[in-house]
Design a protein around this ligand. Structure first.
Ligand code: KG4
Ligand code: ZN
Length: 357
């Protein structure tokens, strides 16, 4: 089966052609156009994002079809992100997908963006398939999910405030680094001395028990405030330039250790030997290395951590089309009433015990 995917939930206009079935799939093409205009504002401006999708989407789709050497008549479905995200931005993709599917006489299907992130890594790593514990860490979301099978998951934890990527972006701003801040903080942290300062690990302490509300949840706003105070203190002493890298390192160490411990708790609790990462923060090598090391300490050398490459970690349409192969394969379809939603629960949830999202 060959499906066109469309993703316009935030500031990337993306289209991809993916081929395969519910269990195995390959991306024949993937085009991602990032809207650089938001860098000027230090964050995504929803109205501008929607307008840019409007002008970019048709050429991006055409290019994805050309790259895949796929004629419109060869498509067997059109998949589009319909939630969660910026409603104006989502609507551009949803309207386009409905029109295209109707004109081709093929099914259209709305896909949940975070379910897309769950599937993304499997496009690159054959073994990144359920059962696994998943940590989805992006600019807008931080979710810890147990995935027993595709379409059958348990939301274990989420952030109580800032998403992991948002924390990177805000700390980058405090340190005077450009937006989006994650890659800049990571680069700077490599030169930081881990012994210079240590920030408390947010929502992580030994007394936590499975079943406690904070056993899997995370919170990063306190860590951000700790960085703010440390930056101000360094500024007062005229030492910020000398200490910037140390502060980046201390922040990243605290955030990474928190995410790693929570994900390892999930893997142990559900007997999973694989952890799958997704979302932009999964590009962070320190996170991937620490996760692999900790999981192997706990479960031995057979334990595996899978992280997608940069293009599949950040927002992209290949993950949306990949998810659609699974859902269309089960006979699911959307109809002309398909709409866009800012928030929606993750599909296939069997239980939300322990989570606040
Ligand atoms: O998944 P994504 O592209 O977009 C959202 O759905 O939000 O994630 C973007 C986020 C940004 O906050 C960015 O700073 C972060 O991912 N990010 C990173 C790295 N690369 C991107 N954070 C930490 N380390 C990185 N190397
Ligand atoms: Zn995303």
């Amino acid at each position: 089966m060959r499906v066109l995917g469309i993703e316009t939930s935030c500031d990337e206009t993306s289209a991809a052609v993916v081929e395969g079935d519910a269990t195995r799939a390959t991306a024949r093409s993937l085009v991602i156009l990032s809207q650089d205009v938001h860098h000027v504002f230090g964050g995504v401006v929803p109205e501008i994002a929607a307008r840019q999708h409007l002008t970019a989407l048709a050429p991006v789709v055409r290019r994805a079809m050309e790259d895949a050497a796929c004629a419109p008549a060869e498509l067997e479905g059109v998949a589009v992100t319909h939630a969660p995200g910026l409603v104006g931005a989502l609507l551009v993709g949803v309207s386009f997908a409905k029109g295209l599917a109707a004109s081709l006489g093929v099914p259209v299907i709305g896909i949940h963006h975070m379910e897309g992130h769950l599937f993304a890594t499997s496009l690159e790593h054959e073994r990144a398939v359920p059962p696994f514990a998943a940590l989805l860490v992006s600019g807008g979301h931080t979710l810890l999910v147990d995935v027993a099978a595709w379409g059958e998951c348990r939301l274990l934890g989420a952030t109580r405030d800032d998403a992991a990527g948002e924390a990177f972006d805000k700390v980058a701003k405090l340190l005077g680094l450009p937006y989006p801040g994650g890659p800049h903080v990571e680069r700077l942290a490599r030169d930081g001395d881990p012994a210079h300062v240590r920030f408390a690990r947010p929502m992580l302490h030994g007394g936590q028990q499975p079943g406690d509300r904070d056993y899997y949840d995370v919170s990063f706003s306190g860590l951000k405030t700790a960085v703010l105070h440390a930056v101000r203190d360094a500024e007062r002493r005229g030492a910020l330039d000398a200490e910037r890298a140390h502060l980046a390192r201390a922040f990243q160490d605290a955030l990474v250790e928190t995410l790693v411990e929570k994900a390892v708790r999930a893997a142990l609790a559900f007997g999973r030997r694989r952890v799958v990462l997704g979302g932009g923060v999964a590009c962070n090598r320190a996170l991937v290395v620490a996760m692999t090391q900790r999981l192997r300490e706990q479960l031995g050398d057979g334990a595996e951590v899978f992280a997608p490459g940069v293009r599949l970690a950040t927002d992209n349409a290949a993950m949306i089309a990949r998810t659609a192969l699974f859902r269309l394969g089960r006979g699911e379809r959307s109809d002309a009433t398909l709409n866009a939603y800012a928030t929606r629960p993750l599909p296939g949830l069997v239980s939300t015990a322990g989570a606040t999202a």
